[in-house]
Design a binder for this molecule. Structure first.
Ligand code: SF4
Ligand code: MG
Length: 320
């Protein structure tokens, strides 16, 4: 498969002022991650909240500047582009946010919201722009009838359809969707997921799908990366990951998901304790304080990735 995006040793570290401590602490929100995304696939990033998934998405698009590393998009390292070069490229890389209400300007109508990106990127003539906007509204299940309304006049599901239209109107290559359905009623979630899948087929899109919902991720992904405290601990084709999770953290996440086949019930691994703080991540394998299989080496040495059947990659001393 053709690669569209390669992320190499990407880091997003930032300083926080810990007030009473009177010292600056460094948060390693994303701490040296590596992965490749293939054209036309859905690549998901999963993990508990606070593991760095959203920061990864934002750093790829340079909504946050990376501290270190490379983001190669269609063969070009975009982490080194100027602001102006990056602005042009942004047409091809769009983001869908969890809360469309926060990402849609409440003072603008749907017409203004959807025309603006086309105008900014100087695409089409004014007449063609309007046609394009109406077409994209229809694709996302709305219509010309909605064009002069404001975001607050829509339901949560409709607002997310507008958010999706705003991302798709520029004909991007890659869309990063950050928890796009988790703010919606469960009854609406599958409609929006199906819209995303249809849109992918229709426009030939590549998705990076960020989610904590392992059920949704299994349904829509070709491959999945599991993140823990700023690091990717496992990457695999979706079915391999769900049928044969290798990393103890992945096993724990999956054992919390309802199982379809009762005869396949495995012993549940219960995650104890909270996600440790990314300010002071544990030494060695940062999962070791919560890992039921931790060995002496685990608190001392960071595990390296090892590659197994079908490219299934895991970073854990049990497999080195
Ligand atoms: Fe558990 Fe050690 Fe593997 Fe980390 S490296 S997941 S602590 S066994
Ligand atoms: Mg998040």
């Amino acid at each position: 498969a053709e690669s569209i995006l390669t992320v190499r040793n990407l880091k997003q570290h930032y300083k926080i002022d810990q007030g009473w401590l009177k010292v600056d602490s460094v948060v390693k929100a994303v701490d040296g991650i590596n992965f490749e995304v293939f054209r036309g696939e859905t690549f998901s990033i999963v993990g508990e909240s606070g593991c760095g998934k959203s920061t990864t998405g934002r750093t790829i698009l340079r909504l946050n500047e990376p501290t270190d590393g490379e983001v190669i998009f269609e063969g070009q390292d975009i982490s080194r582009l100027s602001y102006e070069q990056m602005r042009k490229l942004r047409r091809k890389m769009q983001m869908i946010f969890q809360d469309p209400f926060a990402s849609l300007n409440p003072k603008k109508t749907v017409r203004q919201i959807l025309l603006e990106p086309l105008r900014v990127h100087k695409l089409y003539t004014p007449k063609e722009r309007l046609k394009k906007v109406i077409k994209i509204l229809e694709i996302v299940g709305l219509s010309e009838y909605h064009i002069d309304r404001y975001p607050h006049e829509f339901s949560g599901g409709q607002r997310q359809r507008i958010g999706i239209a705003k991302a798709a109107v520029l004909n991007p290559e890659l869309i990063i969707a950050d928890e796009p359905v988790s703010a919606l009623d469960v009854s609406i979630q599958s409609q929006v997921i199906n819209l995303l899948l249809n849109l992918q087929k229709e426009l030939g899109l590549t998705y990076i799908f960020i989610s904590h919902d392992l059920g949704v991720v299994r349904h829509i992904s070709d491959r999945v990366a599991v993140m823990y405290l700023g690091k990717i601990v496992e990457i695999s084709k979706t079915e391999d990951l769900y049928n044969n999770p290798l990393h103890p953290y992945t096993q724990a996440l999956l054992s919390a998901v309802p199982i379809d086949h009762p005869n396949e019930v495995k012993e549940r691994i219960i995650l104890t304790g909270d996600v440790p703080n990314a300010v002071n991540p544990p030494s060695g394998c940062s999962f070791h304080p919560r890992c039921p299989f931790a060995m002496d080496i685990c608190s001392k040495v960071q595990p390296n990735p090892s590659v197994h059947d079908g490219g299934h990659t895991v970073s854990c001393h049990l497999y080195e």
